[in-house]
Write a protein that binds this ligand. Structure first.
Ligand SMILES: [Zn+2]
Length: 505
């Protein structure tokens, strides 16, 4: 593990402590200089809001979009902010060139489970010519819309966390009982393997004793905030068909393309059965198993296109599947092996997670790294089964990610009174004068799943009400007033969560 973590030396810790003490001193001084009567205070808050918006714009101007995210610049900006707020900070580099910044405000009782606020520094690529305003200019229009890649997904969160903590640190009467951590991670948009996945499985993470995590959610077009208690798990399925080659004119059973067409029809029927539930309003889109064909490869190439008088001996199709946490992966696996790609029709298949959003155990070595770095973690062994029958490969499956947490429970965070963190979170939202919509499963996948795999209750939440969902789209924007309201919401949430007593029952 030593190769995966930064070194710690007593001198560095001492330096961090001094920085922290210096920060807390200046924060206290700043708060005592706040004007006392209401008129002035109102005025100074407005200018403070202006500064908060400007800091958000500054962060948006740091180019952290793929394929070349400038993580060094992001870490420099965020460390500066952390210093000015008076937080401890340290950088980990689990993979060279992919830094992860951890900010800490130690609690009065550091033995209690801490809270962790997570945000990824990277964002998806842009097509600048399709934008109304340049995507890294953070232009703010007359209506207060701030246009930038990452405005919603999810650079707003990092600045909102920091500004909420800045406000809390300027309140001399507030002392968190539990430690508050903020993790600013790389690579979420390309799967998180070298970012949150390694962090969650690290010894450094274990030492934080994280009890509860807040991670990103999504904007809400209504006046209710959305909250997500689970992500769907991606399975990328590849089915390969084999069959006797033959002349294009000959009718015979069991050609490769004919075999694959039967698979397409079977999958299409299953897809309909799931989609019908959504169309009938019986289930949300995120609550069913989605399966969509994403590519097909077939044919024998010729200089002018494809050979037309020959039936090929091989072809394949790829499907993007998403499993809700309620799905039984064993049943899905059996459906694939018995109905979609049965041996009897000379079909082979594999399930893999490639780039997107889950622990990608691409090799047994990776598996060992993750397992060895935490005692509690015991993923099911990635298994690969293959055999031969009459010279043909049989179905093989290589599921490369767990769908349950380390204790074998579905990757779901309780959103009822059995989860005291939820109760406190929910009350804090209400106390901010905001409303929470019915908790949802996220259709896609975020870093939250790495925390849930560790058995830690984790909610996906981005306080953006009355806002169109623009993540990954052209002209992504966030309104300044929505951004500012989010800071106040986080102030309430962090205050409540970090003072949750040891025995909340
Ligand atoms: Zn995101």
């Amino acid at each position: 593990m030593s190769s995966e973590s930064t070194t710690h030396c007593p001198l560095l810790l001492l330096l961090l402590l001094l920085l922290f003490l210096a920060g807390s001193g200046s924060a206290a001084a700043a708060s005592s200089s706040l004007p006392s009567h209401d008129g002035d205070r109102h005025h100074s808050l407005l200018s403070e809001e202006q500064q908060q918006v400007e800091r958000f714009q500054q962060y948006l101007r740091v180019r952290t979009a793929h394929p070349n995210p400038d993580y060094a610049a992001a870490v420099a900006f965020l460390s500066d902010q952390a210093r000015s707020v008076g937080l401890l900070f340290q950088t980990f580099e689990f993979v060279p060139g992919k830094p992860l910044l951890l900010l800490t405000w130690p609690g009065a009782d550091p033995s209690l489970p801490s809270i962790l606020l997570n945000s990824h520094m990277d964002s998806v690529p842009v097509e600048p010519d399709k934008w109304l305003h340049p995507p890294f200019a953070a232009h703010r229009d007359a209506d207060g819309r701030i246009y930038a890649r990452g405005a919603q997904d999810d650079k707003c969160l990092a600045v909102q966390y920091l500004e909420a903590l800045r406000a809390l640190r300027s309140d001399p009467s507030f002392v968190p009982l539990r430690s508050i951590h903020v993790s600013l991670v790389p690579d979420e948009e390309i799967g998180g393997r070298d970012g949150a996945a390694r962090f969650a499985a690290s010894e450094e993470f274990r030492r934080l004793k994280v009890g509860f995590v807040l991670d990103e959610g999504q904007a809400s077009p209504t006046d209710e905030f959305r909250v997500f208690y689970a992500d769907r798990t991606p399975w990328w399925l590849i089915v390969k068909a084999h069959g006797a080659p033959g002349h294009g004119s000959k009718m015979y059973d069991g050609s490769a393309v004919e075999n694959l067409m039967e698979t397409m029809e079977t999958v299409a029927r299953f897809r309909d059965s799931q989609f019908d539930l959504v169309k009938a309003g019986l289930k949300a889109a995120s609550e069913v198993i989605s399966v969509n064909p994403v590519y097909m490869k077939a044919g024998t190439p010729s200089p002018t296109g494809f050979v037309m008088n020959m039936q090929p001996s091989e072809c394949e199709a790829g499907f993007d599947m998403r499993l809700p946490p309620t799905a039984d992966p064993d049943l899905v696996r059996r459906r694939v092996s018995e109905e979609w790609a049965p041996i009897s029709r000379s079909l082979t298949y594999e399930v893999a997670s490639l780039e997107e959003g889950m622990v990608m155990l691409t090799s047994q070595a990776d598996h060992e790294v993750l397992r060895a770095s935490t005692h509690a973690l015991s993923f099911g062994k990635p298994h690969s089964v293959s055999a031969s029958l009459q010279g043909q490969r049989l179905p093989s499956i290589s599921e490369k990610g767990p769908i349950r947490d380390h204790a074998g429970r579905p990757l779901v965070t309780a959103t009822n009174e059995t989860n005291p963190w939820w109760t406190v979170f929910n009350q804090a939202i209400g106390a901010s004068g905001a409303k929470l919509a019915k908790p949802e499963i996220l259709s896609s996948t975020t870093d939250a799943r790495f925390m849930r795999i560790m058995g830690i209750p984790t909610l996906g939440f981005s306080p953006m009400a009355n806002t169109p969902i623009l993540l990954h789209e052209h002209n992504e924007f966030l309104k300044d007033t929505v951004f500012l309201k989010g800071i106040r919401v986080y102030e309430n949430i962090i205050r409540s969560l970090s003072t949750l007593p040891a025995d909340p029952l």
